[in-house]
Design a protein around this ligand. Structure first.
Ligand SMILES: Nc1ncnc2c1ncn2[C@@H]1O[C@H](COP(=O)(O)OP(=O)(O)OP(=O)(O)O)[C@@H](O)[C@H]1O
Ligand SMILES: Nc1ncnc2c1ncn2[C@@H]1O[C@H](COP(=O)(O)OP(=O)(O)OP(=O)(O)O)[C@@H](O)[C@H]1O
Ligand SMILES: [Mg+2]
Ligand SMILES: [Mg+2]
Lengths: 253, 253
């Protein structure tokens, strides 16, 4: 079982959109996928038609009152199971703050699901707190969506600094890759920024890129993955290409 | 002196873009403006050409080792002074957590600047922690940028719930208004979502709307407000209209 964390402390770069559609595209190619919504705002859940709830979730699992399998919702999208984002996630920071092994909680609980899934996708919140740290610790690969803006470029450098600190503090060293999102060949800023990112000296860029299209917002609005709602669209091709690329990198199936 | 908080726990909806350009547009009409970057990622500062630093900032002010005036940078944009976002802001949550009056720290410190500025604009991070709570407590008006997506609609309801809790807990009751951002008349989803928001039963929508345009990303990339970089562009008109509308609501000047 391989684990992919979708991480970026910058808000609104497309972490949730990537987590949802990568999960659905992997599942369409026969891979058994668990999507874990690690944001108390519950957007991965919402974008697949499952509203945020006060049902038990990761918080209750970390607290020890539920096991991880019992909070899984089956088939929120064909072939995709979901651990929903719950309001109680907001209290995880506090719960784990003084615990020994606080960065390893997610990894330990995921180990119990090894036989059930080929791939786990983790959707992280816009912060580098304990939830994102747990995701990075559990991950075989961390995918960092970037949008064509100054803030995204700056965010990458900050993320790399944080990852260096995490390595020193917790021994965390996931493989990292950037993913170009909201890619628009017609605007010069987009071409310029992604060209600069291609030449980054310590971080690679996925070959697959996700184009800027209102279809992604429409799909979320209807609670479906775009590879399900608009199977033959160009952006569905983008996500299938991403799924194949990540599948090869992680040796899935 | 009036205080405007730009708040929304959803990431990437345009809080920073609004804070920067509203500040610059107000200043262009002769209003003395202080922009306070309340995000440890320091994007309001970055978008005006002032990189995030480890210089003293709000954290040191709340800690008592600096007064607010001493951390102000003058004229980062014509007529706009800035309290820069600093890495140390990340520690404010922890610093204030157990203090009495933890929601009022910002309001107290801002009071000392009453004679120097007509308007203070607060750029909040994508979370409803103590920094956003302090901003809401200090604010005469809270502006909530919304983008045309399901997540934005859901975010609004969550924000309203939180504001109700804050009122019970701290007596916070700012006037609230939404601002349509990334407005695109050509896409049906955008028209549909903003039409739904116009009819919200407890929250109004500003008359001014900010259109979806790459110019805003270009301006941030060049460290300038768009009303300075592209004075006669349509989106500069949008921000000047917003500045006039907010100026009237708050009786500025
Ligand atoms: N390639 C794209 N083209 C058009 N819209 C997109 C694209 N990717 C994401 N979006 C839209 O941009 C908005 C932000 O995306 P999303 O919520 O996935 O980002 P996020 O990084 O998860 O945000 P947060 O930091 O709040 O968790 C959403 O409305 C989404 O539908
Ligand atoms: N009206 C618009 N048209 C086009 N791009 C926009 C618009 N508003 C904001 N953007 C761009 O969208 C991205 C996100 O905007 P911004 O950083 O202002 O959001 P934010 O709410 O402050 O994010 P965070 O939650 O991370 O603080 C930026 O790259 C910005 O330049
Ligand atoms: Mg998200
Ligand atoms: Mg911001």
């Amino acid at each position: 079982m391989k684990v992919v964390a979708i991480v970026n402390q910058k808000g609104g770069v497309g972490k949730t959109t990537t987590a949802i559609n990568l999960s659905a595209a992997l599942a369409q190619s026969g891979i058994r996928v668990l999507l874990v919504d690690m944001d108390s705002q519950g957007h991965a859940s919402l974008g697949l038609g499952t509203p945020v709830s006060d049902l038990p979730g990761l918080y209750e699992v970390f607290k020890g009152s539920k096991n991880l399998r019992s909070v899984v919702r089956k088939d929120v999208s064909p072939g995709v199971d979901l651990v929903p984002g719950t309001i109680s996630l907001a209290a995880v920071e506090h719960l784990l703050a003084n615990r020994k092994g606080r960065a390893h909680a997610l990894r330990r609980h995921l180990a119990g699901l090894r036989k059930l899934y080929d791939c786990v996708v983790l959707d992280c919140p816009p912060a580098l707190g304990l939830l994102s740290v747990n995701a990075l610790r559990a991950a075989d690969l961390a995918v960092v969506p970037v949008e064509p803006s100054l803030y995204a470029l700056d965010g990458i450098e900050r993320l790399l600094e944080t990852i260096t600190l995490l390595e020193a503090q917790y021994g965390i060293k996931p493989r990292l890759t950037m993913l170009a999102n909201m890619y628009d060949t017609r605007t010069r800023l987009s071409r310029e920024i992604f060209k600069a990112l291609e030449q980054h000296d310590s971080l690679g860029l996925c070959k697959a890129r996700i184009r800027n299209t209102v279809r992604l917002r429409e799909a979320a609005y209807r609670g479906m993955a775009v590879v399900e709602m608009a199977r033959s669209s160009k952006v569905a091709d983008d996500f299938r290409a991403l799924a194949r690329e990540i599948g090869r990198r992680l040796d899935l199936q």
